[in-house]
Structures are given as structure tokens and as C-alpha cells.
Design a protein around this ligand. Sequence first.
Ligand SMILES: C[S@@+](CC[C@H](N)C(=O)[O-])C[C@H]1O[C@@H](n2cnc3c(N)ncnc32)[C@H](O)[C@@H]1O
Length: 195
Amino acid sequence: MTQDFRSARFWAAELMEGALYPGARAVDATMGNGHDTLWLCRQVGPAGRVYAFDVQGEAVARTRALLEKEGLADIVELFLDGHENMAARVKEPVDAVMFNLGWLPGALHGVTTLTETTLRAVDAALLLLKPEGLLTVCVYPGHEEGSREEAALLQWASNLDEGRYDALLKRYLNQPNHPPLMIAVKRKKQKRHLS
Ligand SMILES: C[S@@+](CC[C@H](N)C(=O)[O-])C[C@H]1O[C@@H](n2cnc3c(N)ncnc32)[C@H](O)[C@@H]1O
């Protein structure tokens, strides 16, 4: 029996599994209800560290409650702040940065990620990545701002320096209603310079 193709979030997690290990450092750029933060904490374990961002107090509260329930609150730093300010908050290189754009599930559709700040944040995230570090972005083009983010991020990723990064796109080609897509960027291994 063949497996179905699954979803953008699954594709991101599948790639992330290859980038994370016990003791790794990771960023959840959009904590929402905390499911991705929790998943990252489980991947990095007690020797690791996860930094998570959201602009909504409700998201931070839900995530904190979830991590406390799971006994993983010590691994994580939760910031009530925009991911575009990541560089000021995260003071060490990281193995992985995960973005899951859009709205907070289960809340009013008032606060969504915005193209301008998303672009600033993915740029900041690239600067934090260790060599061979991974960035994933799940994009939801089924709403107006999501469609703008899709166009801007595809352009951004297509223009990354091929000597320093590999950029990947995974998406459905034949489904209605603009299904989510996944963009992944891997920082290449540093080349050794001969002197
Ligand atoms: C689709 S949800 C994330 C889902 C989440 N990863 C989870 O596992 O439940 C997107 C989140 O991005 C947040 N967000 C919007 N603008 C943001 C910004 N500038 N920085 C960080 N988070 C932001 C929203 O408040 C929302 O909670």
C-alpha cells in the first residue's frame, strides 16, 4: 500500500528530524498553541535548548501550560516578541529554525504573520543557522496575506546564494484551494580555505 503525500507540516518535521539531535539548539518562530515547540523540545531533549516566539500573550500562555504539563519547561525560553527580533533574543548559533505561518489555531483570525516581518525574520534566522543548519517555513496561501507571503518567500528563497544555501520547495500541484506549501533552506557546510 502506498502512503499518501501528507502535509506541509509533516514535510517540515520529516526534514527537521534529520537536523535535530539530543543537545541541539532550535527556534520555533511561531509558537501558537505550542505543538511545534513541544515537538522541538522532544527532539533536542534535556541537554538541548529551544527558543520560541509569538506576538500573542495567549499563545505564550498556552505553550507554557503545555510544556509544564509535559515536564519540558526547563528546556525552553518563550518570548512574547516578534520573530523579526530573533537576532536580539537568541545569543547562540542554532541547528534549526521552524516557521509555521498564519493564525493562531482556535483564536480569532485577527493576528496573522505579515509578509514584511516574515521576510525580516527569515533573514535573521539564516544568520543564526550553524553550517548544515536547517530552516523550514510552512506557508498558507489560502488567505490574502498568506498569498503575499507565498510570493515573497518564493522570491526570497529563489535568490539565496547557491554557494551558501540549498533552497527547496515542496507543494501539491493539483489540489484545489491553495494548499499549504513548505520551503526549506539548508546552510551548506563551510568550505575550508587553504592558506
Ligand atoms: C499557525 S500559528 C503557529 C502554530 C504553532 N506552531 C503550533 O504548533 O500550534 C502562527 C502563529 O504566528 C504568530 N505570529 C504572528 N506574527 C508573529 C510574529 N511577528 N512573530 C512571532 N509570531 C507571530 C501568531 O500569533 C500565531 O500564533
